[in-house]
Write a protein that binds this ligand. Structure first.
Ligand code: PSU
Ligand code: MN
Length: 343
């Protein structure tokens, strides 16, 4: 039986904007402010026809972020990666929804020109709080996990693949530097498939914060949280699920008993593909020194460390980064298909 809550959830708010398409708002179950009549927000967001059709038909859709393309991977590999992630999804019968803000308009699903822009323009790194400013100024931005999750959720997308989640930075006790990825997942009903968080972050502190925020962390076929480039972090999880179907069932139960939070599916890179742990430790130690020397702080820290690590590892970390991201996209596709079956 379909209850009132589910009916309201399925309420489709038709946008008046040319080229845009119907959107649902499963989180708040009300109209999003951008769908009201404030003139400067009239643009709202634009869902590509392909993504809009898939959502309307209940077909599987997976969101992809753009910060990993703009700031997390070097040119020209970033463009190839963006295309490849979409291709992996398509080959499994899943519609990709790469998300970015272009000229002030959040885009859910990009065409070739959009992919080219996120790969080759120097875009701002945009988290949730930056979206309205970019919209009002009609500027562009590459969306982080937080911003991508937020926009994907507004568009009615439930599954999202990324490389690594942002988290609590080392030294956060003094700097308070903690990614908005965590606080956003506390209020955004989306399942994010990631290879854990990068070992440049404070992994145990990140897991503690996710616990505080009531965001479940599910090990995918493992009970150990991965460490991005490395298969294992040494930190044990409370929950492990053995299949995409099991994750979809947990999502359904979360819809019933949760309070609107998301879910982290931690998907380790296969051990034969991980970075050599000794080399990993050596390169990271140098990278931290370099960041300190260069005086890098705030949200510039992650891109700096990533770029430095790619150089110092002579590209090895990049190959591992791409492998783990492909692996996440593939698992997200399986989950999206299982979700489309049971939701
Ligand atoms: N991890 C990666 N590559 C990335 C990021 C994380 O391996 O590019 C990006 C993601 O977009 C993530 C963001 O949401 O960094 C977190 O940045 P911050 O700590 O400033 O919130
Ligand atoms: Mn930060």
């Amino acid at each position: 039986m379909v209850g009132i809550a589910q009916l309201v959830e399925r309420l489709v708010v038709v946008q008046e904007v040319a080229g845009s398409s119907p959107v649902t708002h499963p989180k708040l179950r009300i109209k999003h402010p951008s769908q009201t009549s404030y003139p400067y927000l009239m643009g709202s967001f634009i869902t590509s026809p392909e993504v809009a059709d898939a959502l309307a038909a209940g077909k599987p859709v997976v969101a992809l972020e753009s910060t990993i393309i703009s700031h997390g991977l070097p040119r020209p590999r970033n463009f190839e990666a963006a295309k490849e992630f979409e291709q992996i999804l398509r080959s499994k019968g899943v519609v990709p929804a790469t998300i970015a803000i272009l000229d002030g308009v959040p885009r859910i699903g990009l065409d070739d020109d959009g992919i080219n822009r996120i790969a080759n323009e120097d875009l701002a790194k945009a988290s949730v709080r930056d979206i309205p400013i970019l919209a009002a100024r009609k500027e562009s931005g590459a969306t982080t996990v937080a911003a991508t999750a937020h926009l994907a959720s507004l568009a009615g997308i439930r599954i999202f693949a990324t490389g690594g989640l942002g988290g609590v930075h080392r030294g956060a006790v003094e700097t308070y530097d903690e990614s908005a990825d965590l606080s956003t997942l506390a209020v955004t009903p989306i399942t994010v498939v990631s290879a854990g968080v990068k070992s440049v972050l404070d992994i145990p502190a990140t897991l503690e914060r996710l616990e505080t925020l009531s965001v479940p962390v599910i090990g995918y076929k493992t009970k150990e949280f991965p460490a991005f480039w490395l298969t294992r972090s040494g930190y044990t999880l409370d929950w492990s699920l053995a299949s995409a179907e099991a994750v979809a069932r947990a999502m359904k139960a979360q819809d019933e008993f949760g309070h609107g939070q998301g879910m982290v599916v931690a998907n380790p890179i296969p051990i034969e593909k991980q970075w050599d742990p000794k080399e990993h430790d050596r390169v990271l130690a140098i990278a931290f020194e370099a960041a300190k020397k260069a005086g890098v702080t705030g949200k510039a820290v992650t891109p700096f460390l990533l770029g430095f690590i790619v150089q110092e590892s002579k590209g090895r970390s990049l190959e591992v980064n791409l492998d783990l991201a492909r692996n996440n996209v593939s698992v997200a596709a399986d989950i999206a298909k299982a979700w489309a079956e049971i939701k």
